[in-house]
Design a protein. Structure first.
Length: 158
């Protein structure tokens, strides 16, 4: 998660793309508990080792409903799991408190509620917040807008 990894000495700014931006002591589960579960949560399947996957048959509507079928299938097949305990682990001090940040909200995100994304973007005092008519997979469905936000962040940092 970039909130913690952003403390590396070579990181000068953070760009959140429809992502969690926890504060110290937050867990992903505590952030989710602020609202009703997003519809995509119904697609999450645990494996025997405690890792969480998105079901391939519902991946597109849960994660990337604005992707074409082929792109969604490739992402579903190539997905990497998240450890279930990550939803319980408490975050350490976030880099967004000391480094400038930008945030992209996905208006049609079924994995993180858009209202939660907006709340996190405001809480971190993002230098710029953009909202896209996008799913959670905004990196793939709106690459030009994402690159423009990153380029703007880079330009403002010199």
């Amino acid at each position: 998660m970039i909130s913690g990894a952003g403390h590396a000495s070579n990181v000068v700014g953070l760009v959140y793309i429809a992502a969690f931006a926890p504060d110290e002591g937050d867990s992903l589960g505590s952030i989710f508990a602020r609202r009703d579960p997003p519809s995509g949560a119904a697609s999450i399947r645990p494996d025997k080792d405690g890792f969480l996957w998105l079901a391939q048959d519902t991946f597109r509507q849960s994660f990337g409903q604005d992707l074409n079928e082929t792109d969604a299938l490739v992402m579903a097949v190539a997905q990497k799991p998240i450890a279930g305990r990550c939803f319980e682990d408490k975050a350490g001090p976030p880099a967004w408190k000391t480094k400038p940040s930008w945030y992209q909200v996905s208006r049609h995100d079924n994995m993180i509620p858009p209202e939660t994304e907006q709340w996190m973007a405001e809480r971190i005092k993002a230098k710029k917040i953009i909202t896209l008519d996008a799913s959670h997979a905004s990196l793939a469905s709106h690459p030009k807008e994402i690159v423009a936000l990153i380029d703007e962040a880079i330009a403002s940092l010199g």
